[in-house]
Design a protein around this ligand. Structure first.
Ligand SMILES: [Zn+2]
Length: 235
């Protein structure tokens, strides 16, 4: 018996399979990450058309096979192709980095609407041309949505003092001068702290701030540490 499933989803990656097919990883809105076999997808004039390009949002209909980790794709109707993002190197590179992280943090059977919607709004922001700081905004927020929000408003994590100037990646928040002693923590200016706050709260299309190398490094280390990812996943 096979079971037909319909879900909106986003193409994360695809690879050739046998002579004419593809295996495609999709993040579905309702069932988390799935892998589907798209028979004949590499034949000219395939019914899947351009719907299996990375970053494409589509409505997928698929059915379960006996091997339950791989589904068979029946159809894919494009909702938003995000074609423009694949047409230049800069946006294609950013798209690929975002989808690599998304693939890594998503799992079969686990839907995370917050992460799904954030990803779509980041892709839309890219299409509007707001690229500066966008990768870090994405990393900062998905780490937060996965249960590790950086604490930026409560003062020192230990004593609550309101003039902390250090940020600890491992502890996920601010420390004062005294409690940063002996910790791996970096100094932050008021301005840097406020950029980190905006990174967490501003709409992705309204951010567009080029981060300093120090802040870029801090956000990436934070995401790697809390998402248990190495530099191959989060470059
Ligand atoms: Zn303190």
């Amino acid at each position: 018996m096979s079971r037909l499933v319909r879900s909106e989803g986003l193409v994360l990656k695809s690879r050739p399979f046998r002579e004419s097919s593809k295996i495609v990883a999709v993040l579905t809105k309702s069932s988390g990450r799935i892998e589907v076999l798209a028979r004949g997808a590499r034949k000219p004039g395939s019914r899947f058309g351009a719907s299996l390009e990375i970053g494409t949002e589509a409505e997928f209909i698929y059915y379960e096979r006996e091997n339950k980790s791989l589904w068979t794709l029946s159809s894919a109707d494009i909702l938003n192709s995000h074609q423009a993002l694949r047409e230049n190197d800069k946006t294609l590179t950013l798209l690929a980095r975002i989808l690599r992280v998304l693939h890594y943090i998503s799992h079969p059977g686990e839907s995370n609407p917050g992460v799904y919607n954030l990803t779509l709004s980041v892709l839309n922001a890219m299409e509007l041309g707001t690229l500066a700081g966008l990768y870090e905004l994405y990393l900062w927020r998905i780490t937060s949505l996965n249960g590790y929000p950086p604490h930026l408003d409560e003062g020192c994590l230990v004593c609550g003092r309101k003039d902390p100037v250090y940020f600890s990646v491992k502890q996920g928040g601010l420390l004062c001068n005294q409690h940063a002693q002996g910790q791996e923590a970096v100094t932050l200016s008021r301005e840097e702290l406020s950029v980190l706050g905006e990174l967490l709260n501003v709409a992705p299309s309204g951010f567009n701030i080029e981060l300093t190398p120090m802040l870029e490094g801090l956000v990436r280390r934070y995401a790697r540490y809390h998402l248990h990812a190495d530099e191959k996943i989060i470059a």
